[in-house]
Ligand binder design. Structure first.
Ligand code: SF4
Length: 409
């Protein structure tokens, strides 16, 4: 059993995730840990986060950083300045890829310039839709005009790597509306595009509406929309490299090179931070509710901002749980994550990453997927087909071994 004050110092960790648990309002589909800030809560969170950064900074030089949430762009200029100057002092700046998630309602020139000045070089913008009616339906706080204005602001501030997040299969969204949003989104010339099907999570307003029979879920329409996504993104120079992620090949501007995965496996503008997750890499997770994975141990911080701040104010990490999976169980998870990528798993790389042979331990799962034409295998690689990628979650579940069997391995 690991103790609550265990501190990991591992020079091999290359990625840092930071969770910002605040949003201006709750979107109707959202189950992430986030809430509207109260009183001086954000200032207190920033101070606590600086303490947490101080605890992990020794021997750690992130190659990728990702500020997610929540809405990181909700922090004021002064709060960002406090945070970024602390990261600079701790030697945590200079990552080859440094992403901050932004809501178009909270992007400003001053903030964009400040972020870029400290080395943030990638912005992920939660657009979700460019249809005013659907934005309202989703409870988004921004308008479509704010999206176009934000792109201009970010480009002027020197952000050359921009991701646009979209959603499809939104209740009330027709195929025509979706195709129009896609066309307008690709015209924004972002380097990266992420697009997810709406999922109905318990404790969300959308889930309650679905349960109340306010709309029907049309799986066939969702499949057609996913095909539209692949067609339109592909026709506009994006290469799909993961179930929901597309990126451009050519650099728009010189950027640092990170070679965590062979260049041919992923397009130039693929999100290296997420590729690290899908390839089973280690990462620190800071901020309320954030998960981390280091030396075979999964950690999770308290999903309670008050408690998170109190712990850090006492100089302690705010970790709620430590979970050490058996190497085989972890390898099964990694197999499933990696199959989300179009490149699938090069068999040798999987063995190098996990110590296990995919063909030996998951032969049955592989055979099932190949027989269904959801996957292909050759002497070098196992990968899902286009049809298989549509059902990647189900494919991944076949690699999660019975935990008892995995413990005994
Ligand atoms: S902005 Fe993002 S994190 Fe915040 S409520 Fe909406 S979906 Fe959730």
């Amino acid at each position: 059993m690991l103790r609550a004050h265990t501190v990991f110092h591992c020079a091999s960790v290359r990625s840092l995730y930071i969770h910002v648990p605040f949003c201006a309002a709750k979107c109707h589909y959202c189950a992430f840990f986030s809430a509207k800030p109260q009183g001086d809560q954000v200032d207190r969170y920033v101070a606590a986060l600086v303490c947490e950064l101080e605890l992990v900074a020794p021997q750690f030089q992130p190659k990728t950083i990702f500020f997610g949430g929540g809405t990181p762009s909700l922090l004021t200029l002064a709060q960002w300045d406090t945070l970024l100057s602390a990261m600079d002092r701790l030697g945590l700046t200079g990552a080859g890829e440094w992403t901050v998630e932004c809501n178009p309602a909270t992007v400003s020139s001053d903030k964009a310039r400040l972020l870029a000045g400290y080395g943030v070089n990638r912005i992920s913008m939660g657009v979700q839709s460019l249809d005013e009616g659907l934005l309202e339906r989703l409870g988004r706080v921004h308008t479509r005009d704010m999206v176009f204005r934000s792109v201009e602001i970010l480009r002027s501030a020197g952000i050359h790597n921009l991701n646009i997040d979209l959603m499809f299969a939104i209740p009330g969204q027709t195929r025509e509306i979706w195709r129009r949003t896609l066309q307008e989104a690709v015209a924004l010339r972002s380097e990266h595009l992420s697009s997810y099907e709406v999922i109905y999570e318990e404790d969300t307003a959308l889930y309650a509406q679905m349960k109340a029979g306010e709309f029907d879920v049309d799986e066939d329409l969702a499949c057609e929309m996913y095909e539209d996504l692949i067609d339109i993104a592909g026709a506009h120079g994006f290469r799909q490299y993961e179930v929901a992620n597309f990126a451009r090949e050519r650099p728009a501007a010189p950027t640092a090179t990170i070679t965590q995965t062979a260049p041919a496996e992923i397009p130039h503008h693929a999100c290296r931070h997420n590729v690290n997750y899908w390839r089973g890499g280690e990462f620190h997770g800071l901020g309320p509710s954030a998960a981390g994975f280091i030396e075979g141990v999964r950690t999770k911080n308290w999903s309670n901002t008050q408690l998170y701040c109190e712990q850090l104010e006492k100089g302690q990490r705010a970790i709620e749980s430590y979970d050490r999976l058996s190497p085989l169980a972890r390898a099964g998870e990694i197999a499933g994550f990696g199959l989300r990528m179009n490149a699938g798993w090069p068999l040798a790389e999987f063995k190098e990453t996990t110590g296990f042979d995919l063909r030996e331990h998951w032969q049955e799962a592989m055979q099932t997927l190949v027989a269904e034409e959801h996957a292909v295998v050759d002497p070098e690689r196992f990968a899902l087909t286009a049809k298989g990628l549509r059902f990647a979650d189900r494919a991944a579940s076949l690699f999660l071994l019975d935990p008892k069997a995995a413990q005994m391995a």
